[in-house]
Design a protein. Structure first.
Length: 518
């Protein structure tokens, strides 16, 4: 099998798998499979490796190992956004057969500027800039925001049609996570990257992408590289014109290994078989191969600043936003981060807004935000209790998060994580305002932080025990009052531990348990 054919097959497999996992409407794939698969996405795994988790470290090591051996095969095979660009480039060449690529010196200063800015923002506790240019996160937002809604509508239409025919095994899927700003961001991302790919090939990968900057630095010293046999080359320039990364200088018979994305197009096109993909130690024309540019700085000097910068501790937010709340509107200003995210500072510092947790959440309580976390946390997911509430027996988001923003937590520990605290406004409750029975909040509360006490006559009024509240939002979601909830959850900037729910023993009848009369 030709290397190009193998590369295209693997790239399509990764692209389809990423798309299906991000758009898994029925949550068929186990979370552990999703975690292992997405550990190969370089930047999220690199940020997650700064927190405990061997899978993310293994993913980083695997990608770096592949790059050290074979160059930027990650960019041409594993990265879904790279494969999407390749599809656009392929379509452009089918449409405009006269347009040819030409050698373009790498935009190293621009690329390292983007990388340095991402590192600086990350070190200061914000992944907001990184999320805008990180390839996997951009691809995830495109799938979840632009493709999942039509897929849900089609699925629900089929379900409705089958229901009318008497078949109810195909259930309706709620979709309540729509956010117009996230939609605009995703649409803008695909338009910009699509335009760059259509007009300039892999320009985004070699001028903006932070993963491309780090992997390109490593690939300049990879074992296998593309080289041109000077004695066999007839200077036809076909390799330069077909190169999607514009990294082949046919006049100098050079290939820039740092910009080459290992697409293998040039291997198949060269009429004299002058382009080779060989180890660095291979002999060519009787002399040992040399580096593309000896004037480049030493490998470790190039690579160490990004890695050192990414390992800097970020400045996490402190304090409890529930300490003082003068009004209902002020209480609602602060978003609630999901359990396992440790604090809002940790969440905004690591989250790259890939929306994998939004797609995987079975209760649809996670939704894209806009400016709720501030500029540094734009578009990152938040808890939306109008759409749902956090399942008491669910830890899916902590299992699938690829970037370490949501730490893996066990179910028993998750049940005590206090992401917020409920506030009860007695005068707004229907029991007080309308003299009607309700108790919806008490019935839905999994920790019994909301209980009922006698009020007037036979009425029962909710009573809040905040120490047992974990902020799951079940009470708020169930509360029927409008336009504002009589019970709602306020955010905790730093997550704490709630008291363990009290187990109340049921009193036995004086005469013992009687048998059922039937």
């Amino acid at each position: 099998m030709k290397l190009k054919t193998l590369r295209v097959a693997l790239a399509l497999i990764f692209l389809i798998a990423c798309t299906l996992l991000l758009g898994d409407l029925w949550h068929i794939v186990p979370a552990t499979v999703v975690t292992v698969f997405f550990s190969l996405q370089f930047i999220p795994s690199l940020t997650k490796s700064l927190t405990p988790g061997w899978i993310s470290v293994a993913g980083v090591i695997a990608v770096i190992g592949l790059t050290v051996l074979f160059g930027r095969v990650y960019c041409s095979t594993i990265c879904p956004l790279g494969t999407l660009q390749d599809m656009i480039i392929h379509a452009e060449r089918k449409i405009n057969r006269r347009r040819k690529a030409s050698y373009r010196p790498p935009f190293l200063k621009l690329q390292y500027t983007f990388l340095g800015t991402s590192i600086l923002c990350f070190a200061l506790g914000s992944a907001g800039f990184l999320e805008l240019i990180e390839p996997y996160s951009s691809f995830g937002r495109i799938i979840v925001t632009l493709l999942v809604p039509p897929a849900v509508w089609i699925s629900n239409g089929i379900s409705m049609l089958l229901g009318r025919l008497g078949y109810y095994g195909f259930y309706q899927i709620p979709y309540l996570t729509f956010n117009v700003w996230s939609l605009l961001l995703s649409a803008g991302t695909i338009l910009i990257i699509g335009h760059l790919a259509y007009r300039h090939g892999r320009l985004f990968c070699n001028s903006v992408c932070p993963a491309g900057a780090i992997i390109g630095t490593i690939s300049r010293h990879s074992l296998y590289r593309f080289r041109i046999d000077r004695s066999a080359c007839n200077e036809c320039g076909k390799c330069e014109r077909i190169c999607k990364a514009s990294c082949i200088d046919a006049s100098r018979k050079k290939v820039d290994p740092g910009a080459c994305v290992a697409c293998f197009n040039c291997l198949d096109l060269c009429p004299t078989d002058a382009v080779h993909y060989r180890p660095l130690t291979s002999e060519m024309n009787g002399t040992r191969a040399v580096r593309f540019d000896p004037s480049r700085r030493n490998f470790f000097r190039q690579l160490s600043p990004p890695l050192i910068g990414l390992s800097l501790p970020f400045i996490a937010g402190t304090g409890d936003s529930t300490a003082a709340a003068p009004s209902y509107d002020d209480n609602r200003k602060n978003p609630i981060a999901p359990p396992g995210s440790v604090s809002i500072g940790h969440f905004t510092g690591y989250c790259t807004a890939c929306y994998l947790c939004v797609s995987a959440c079975p209760s649809h309580v996670l939704a894209p935000s806009f400016l709720e976390y501030g500029i540094g946390g734009m578009f990152q997911p938040k808890m939306d209790f109008a759409a749902g509430y956090c399942g008491y027996d669910c830890v899916v988001c902590s299992e699938v998060c690829p970037g370490g923003a949501i730490q893996p937590v066990g179910l028993s520990a998750k049940k005590l994580i206090q992401i917020g605290k409920a506030v009860f406004v007695k005068d707004d409750c229907v029991v007080v305002a309308k003299k009607k029975d309700c108790a919806a909040c008490s019935e839905h509360c999994p920790t019994k932080a909301v209980r009922t006490i006698p009020y007037e006559g036979s009425l029962l009024l909710p009573e809040l025990h905040s120490d047992f509240c974990i902020g799951c939002g079940a009470c708020e979601h169930a509360c029927p009052t409008t336009p504002r909830k009589a019970i709602y959850v306020t955010s905790k900037a730093v997550h704490t531990v709630a008291k363990k729910p009290e187990i109340q023993k049921q009193e036995q009848p004086a005469g013992g348990i009687k048998e059922f009369p039937f």
